[in-house]
Design a protein around this ligand. Sequence first.
Ligand code: FES
Length: 285
Amino acid sequence: MIFMSREYDLKPAPSGEQSSSQALGDSLINRRQFLSYGFNTATGVLAASLGVLGFASLLLPPSGSTGGDLAAKYWAKGREDEAWYGAMHEQVMKKSDFVAEAAKSSTGSSGAAGVWNGVPIVVTYVDHSKNAGSPVSNGKARFQFMEGYDGTGKYVGHFEDLSDADPRLLPSDDLVMVFARCTHLCCIPGWQLVTNRYTVDTWIPGGGDAGGTKLFCICHSSRFDPTALEMNANTNRSNGAKFKYAGIRRSGGPAPVGLPIIPIAMNGDIIEGLPDYVDWYTYCD
Ligand code: FES
């Protein structure tokens, strides 16, 4: 089956501050940009054995491509090959896969590592549509739309300030995709790839560190709650430009802030990401 590629115009980040994407002058991430955005610090042994560019080359879009298909694809090499999507390496992500996996979960959620447009991602599914109307005490996960604070504790704004301006930032079909580079030192957090109290199949509201179902970064134990959606702030490491973004909350560990969202556009059952906010993914340049 051939999936049609889509192209979208970039627009300034909602903060109104200068968008680094304008400097990129392109609506899609190409090979050169991938080398900037991609796996500069990749996961575990695979990255160590291949080196940064060796690992990156596995994920590059075809030479000469303008970005191509924007479908998210499973990444299941390394720790991920024992995950529920281990047999689907480089296949396109489908919502039905996540729904089937979430049906096995006591929290009604599921997650997977992947690659989108040459960068690492984690997609999580939360049965928000069903669970949001039930008591939180039942431990069924649902999305929470929250206030956000920067790395110094200063109030930044509310998630809905951003989603009101661009509703595509809201979960799409109960799915959220995030750019999976840790805001501490740029390792790649995963979804239930290790077993500890932050990754067990339990959910507690509030966006805090209690409960499991966190994205967990194995480098220095940072945790992120994919159900807690907030506004946050970070800095482009290359040019120092500051930006506000919609993201998932950092719940614990040395990471100062949460991970930015990549808006989703469903293409039937296929999960695709929109490249409108590439300036949010520049803190690891
Ligand atoms: S790089 Fe993720 S916790 Fe340090």
